[in-house]
Design a protein around this ligand. Structure first.
Ligand code: DQA
Length: 138
């Protein structure tokens, strides 16, 4: 059974309440439970942090034993060389995901420091971006 971690970064704990016109009105917990039911053959884990260091610690923790990480680094995507380095440092593939199509938004969201070190990038499909990433790791 593949072990996959979904790791959400800053402000994504507010999904369902936060800027619902951009990110939708579903909470991540509700969506995650649905994913668990839909993919019974995957050992699916979930973590979220608003802190850059805690996200890096989590990548280190799972990066040598899990089969993949689905990472929405939130705004750290556009700022964090440290998270990019953590992705490069670990063994397991990391898929970068975004709920919104960042390329249709402000120009500061167009650059990702982490894409280069990720296996692939899925964005713009709402919460379904996470499911598509999970499919890609099967
Ligand atoms: C996001 C896009 C980022 O630019 C933003 O800072 C987020 C969410 C997304 O999922 O669309 O927090 O990663």
């Amino acid at each position: 059974m593949k072990k996959i971690l979904i790791l959400n970064g800053p402000n994504l704990n507010l999904l369902g309440q936060r800027e619902t016109s951009v990110y939708g009105d579903r909470s991540f917990d509700e969506f995650f439970n649905e994913l668990v039911d839909r993919y019974p053959d995957v050992d699916l884990h979930y973590a979220q942090s608003n802190s850059e260091g805690a996200l890096i610690d989590k990548l280190h923790e799972v990066g040598f034993s899990f089969d993949g990480v689905i990472l929405n680094a939130g705004a750290y995507t556009h700022t964090s060389i440290a998270i990019a380095d953590a992705i490069a440092a670990i063994n397991c593939p990391v898929i970068e995901v975004h709920i919104s199509n960042v390329h249709q938004r402000e120009s500061f969201r167009h650059h990702s420091f982490i894409s280069k070190n990720c296996k692939g990038v899925i964005l713009g499909f709402g919460l379904d971006s996470y499911r598509l990433a999970l499919e890609s790791l099967q």
